[in-house]
Design a binder for this molecule. Structure first.
Ligand code: F6P
Length: 320
């Protein structure tokens, strides 16, 4: 192994830069050259890259986003695109590729692995935390903390005005972010796509709370549950309470990574380079029960990560 490529793809996540830095420096310590492909898979298709050295990745550890830039790249879903990327990797004598991203990026990586003999290792980085094979992804902890900080502020207004707030958090089709955020802000209701919850049940909780003397509340809703605007309106109309909707949006994706996101980024990168130096590819690295491990890329792509519903049960008890 002489030369490896690194790419960040899909939605940016805080800690991607920490991962790029660690990949570049650990690879250098093993005498590998590192090429950073820019703008996600587009960089592989268009052959846009820059050499990464220990010095060129200085000063980025604490920055959100990704210095390599990123994109969602529909061309990469097509056979032609995959072929082009494989050609460019061969042209640049790249022997191994580190893909920093989430499920969409790993699906692309899997297709690419079928087209080329190049060893590919995935480093899970997404605020959604929905990658099978790791208990936590890079960026998740930062996004949780960002959302918690914002919702604590919203709570002040909720209490002062005796209002109900529906707060929509990201997470794509999954409820990992909503569940952890909901539990840690003491949300009265947590709505995740994995558990269907009828509006009547939500109304019942709000009315019970009101009867108990709780005149305000926070409902944390994953974006994947559907129309939160409609939900807020229905709650207002039925209960007569003042209800407001707050969509936290892209602020959850940015900002300085927390220490935990930086630590995961460094440990994952270390494992990724270790695998490549042992000539092991087609795997994603991860954290499982406190240990840094790896699983097959294909298994990760084809398996749905389960949501721990015990946490939902706990959160409901804590919010009584
Ligand atoms: O995967 C990260 C994420 O922020 C999701 O939570 C969200 O659904 C999606 O990306 C938004 O994607 P885009 O940046 O393409 O609008």
């Amino acid at each position: 192994m002489k030369r490896i490529g690194v790419v960040t793809s899909g939605g940016d996540a805080p800690g991607m830069n920490a991962a790029i830095r660690a990949v570049a420096r650990i690879a250098y310590s093993k005498n590998f050259q590192v090429l950073g492909f820019e703008r996600g898979w587009k960089g592989l298709l268009m052959n846009i890259f820059k050499p990464l050295t220990p010095r060129s990745v200085g000063g980025i550890l604490q920055l959100g986003g990704t210095i390599l830039r990123t994109s969602r790249c529909p061309q990469f879903r097509k056979r032609e695109g995959i072929r082009k990327a494989a050609e460019n990797l061969a042209l640049n004598n790249v022997d191994g590729l580190v893909v920093i991203g989430g499920n969409g990026s790993f699906e692309g990586a899997l297709e690419l692995s079928k087209e080329t003999g190049i060893l590919i290792v995935g480093v899970p980085a997404t605020i959604d935390n929905d990658v099978f094979g790791t208990d936590e992804t890079i960026g998740f902890d930062t996004a949780v903390n960002t959302a918690v900080t914002e919702i604590d502020k919203i709570r002040d207004t909720a209490i002062s005005h005796e209002r109900i707030f529906v707060v929509e958090v990201m997470g794509r089709t999954r409820g990992f972010l909503a569940l952890t955020v909901g539990l840690t802000v003491g949300a009265e209701v947590i709505l995740v796509p994995e558990v269907k919850c009828k509006t009547e049940s939500i109304l019942e909780i709000i009315k019970e709370n009101s009867a108990k003397g709780k005149r305000s509340g926070i409902i944390v809703a994953a974006e994947g549950i559907g129309d939160t605007r409609k939900l807020a309106k229905e709650i207002e109309e039925d209960t007569g309470a003042e209800v407001r909707l707050s969509i936290l949006g892209y602020a959850q994706r940015g900002g300085n990574p927390t220490a935990r996101s930086r630590l995961l980024a460094s440990l994952f990168a270390n494992k990724a380079i270790e695998l490549l130096s042992e000539k092991k590819g087609n795997r994603i690295v991860g954290l499982q029960k406190g240990r840094i491990t790896s699983v097959e890329l294909e298994k990760s792509c084809n398996t749905e990560k389960p949501l721990d519903l015990n946490l939902l049960w706990l959160a409901n008890i804590l919010a009584t």
